[in-house]
Design a binder for this molecule. Structure first.
Ligand SMILES: [Zn+2]
Length: 532
């Protein structure tokens, strides 16, 4: 038994020994921050130490055995895994000609370190099935963020059948399956689909199942912008059941992209949607979703307002139908109904910059031109060679909140040009739904933007702050991390991220981008033998 003075000297010896402990060398120590590790409901205060591209320590400062070549104080700031955005239209940035574009700053400045592209069935840029080429490009040229991608059902169908409204022949189906297999074996995360969009909308359920099986047997997920998020065709509830059944028949996880109830006919019905998914999960099916924290979606006039039969054969065939008075009358009638469904002409904000209608509601344009809103829409579609872009206000706050609170929902941006979600999704969720509305806790915000996402997609070594994991780390100031972009100024970069590490390298330092392109391809590894 120690005498009291002996006990004190033992304590003193321990204290003196602490600096001696700190003999191990790390490249960087982020010290004294409030650490959310990506899964815990509560934070700890302490250090994160980084050596090369990995985390080597997460815990209390007093027990940190590492001294950093550099130490960054994170006192009063939040330290978390870098955010993961599983649904983006960021392809153009990754393919960008300049090093600056390839930093992908709209996302980087929000604290995002990993992004998925190839979503909605579109596949790689230009609607291609080119997973391996995209990864090669990323490796050769350098990009700011880690990148995962999908092989796209639409890209596959388009390559084989074009834009026609018909089922594939047996030979065509075999070619589609082989293209999916190729994409999976080049490292795709799974098969993405956008059955809402023509020509993907022309595919029946069994065709999708047959093609999806090729992704399933190589460990892929079925990621879906579902056939109907509203009341356009089979209705959002039946559409949700269809997607679940595709996953069940193909034998693969189902992930709903940007889950929502869109438009006046289904607003307020998120609880029914949740119960359909909960029921499937209770049966043991792997069903998850992502969601963006905005009441407006981003789309185009064509899919929002035109009937699908008018798009059969692509734009030239569509324009020919516009020129035929009988067909135009039918199109107009269906457009009036689709406009009602989405909430009227006031609910559509036209966004493609540099055009006479940019920044105006469809209702305003119709008033200026002195025509009915659907005729204004038809004129804009006719005059927009490269397609239109709209922000469409069509979701109810109660639905957004209910979906956000589900334990199987993660954050996504669906980021695309013309909508502030590309620049400000993560701070928007934090500022609006954590601080202002108290819909979710800060830990929920972080977990649903990091660890839960990584776990859903089985990303190895990412999404959590744990020793041995890749050092994708965000440090943000809780008092200044805010969205600066809004619907009228959608391209303002987010502020408030003070430090960002991508694979252990500083991408943001002192609140400013460093220009370092430390992103890597995230290749899914198919089960052995499945690509022989
Ligand atoms: Zn989508």
């Amino acid at each position: 038994m120690l005498h009291r003075p002996a006990l004190l000297s033992a304590i003193a010896a321990t204290l003196l020994a602490t600096p001696a402990l700190a003999q191990k060398q790390a490249d960087l120590v982020i010290s004294g921050g409030t650490i959310y590790d990506g899964s815990s409901p509560t934070p700890i205060t302490g250090d994160v130490a980084i050596l090369a591209d990995r985390i080597v320590y997460v815990g209390p400062s007093a027990a940190n055995p590492y001294a950093g070549k550099r130490t960054i104080s994170a006192k009063g700031q939040i330290v978390a895994p870098g955010f993961i955005d599983p649904h983006t239209h960021a392809d153009a940035f990754f393919m960008g000609k300049t090093a600056q574009e390839r930093l992908v700053l709209p996302w980087l400045m929000q604290g995002v370190t990993t992004i998925f592209t190839g979503v909605d069935g579109y596949g790689q840029p230009g609607g291609k099935v080119a997973v391996g080429k995209l990864f090669d490009h990323v490796k050769t040229n350098g990009v700011g963020l880690n990148l995962g991608t999908y092989v796209g059902f639409g890209a596959v169908r388009g390559a084989v059948i074009g834009e026609a409204d018909r089922p594939p022949t047996a030979d065509e189906l075999a070619r589609m399956k082989s293209l999916v297999a190729t994409g999976m074996c080049e490292g795709a995360l799974g098969l993405s689909a956008g059955l809402f969009y023509a020509p993907q909308s022309f595919a029946k359920t069994d065709e999708v199942v047959a093609v999806a099986r090729e992704a399933a047997r190589r460990g892929g997920v079925y990621d879906t912008h579902q056939r109907d998020e509203s009341s356009y065709n089979i209705g959002v509830m039946n559409s949700t059941r269809e997607a679940i059944s595709i996953g069940q028949q193909a034998g693969m996880p189902v992930h709903f992209a940007h889950l929502k109830t869109l438009g006046v006919d289904v607003q307020g019905k998120a609880a029914e949607l949740v119960s359909i998914i909960d029921e499937a999960r209770a049966k043991g099916l792997n069903v998850t979703a992502d969601q963006y924290p905005w009441e407006a979606s981003g789309s185009a006039l064509e899919p929002s307002l035109l009937p699908r039969w008018a798009l059969d054969g692509g734009r030239p065939a569509m324009l020919a139908r516009f020129a035929d008075p009988a067909q135009l009358a039918r199109i107009r009638t269906e457009m009036v109904e689709n406009l009602r469904r989405r909430g009227g002409a006031q609910s559509l904000l036209l966004t493609r910059p540099g055009l006479p209608w940019s920044g105006k509601r469809l209702s305003e344009i119709a008033a200026i031109w002195g025509v009915e809103p659907v005729d204004a829409a038809l004129r804009i579609i006719r005059e927009s060679e490269n397609g239109t872009a709209v922000v469409s206000f069509n979701m109810a706050e109660g639905d957004i909140k209910l979906l956000m609170q589900q334990p199987w929902v993660v954050t996504s941006s669906d980021g695309s040009a013309g909508h502030p979600r590309m620049y400000a999704t993560f701070p928007q969720k934090y500022a609006k739904y954590v601080l202002q509305e108290h819909t979710i806790s800060l830990a929920d915000f972080i977990n649903s933007s990091t660890g839960r996402t990584a776990d859903q997609f089985r990303l190895q070594g990412r999404g959590h702050l744990r020793p041995g994991y890749y050092a994708d780390v965000v440090v943000f100031d809780p008092a200044t991390y805010r969205p600066r972009a809004d619907y009228l100024n959608p391209t303002e970069l987010t502020t408030g991220v003070t430090t960002l590490l991508v694979n252990g390298q500083l991408a943001i330092d002192g609140g400013k981008p460093t220009g370092t392109a430390a992103g890597r391809p995230i290749r899914h590894i198919p089960p052995s033998g499945s690509c022989d």
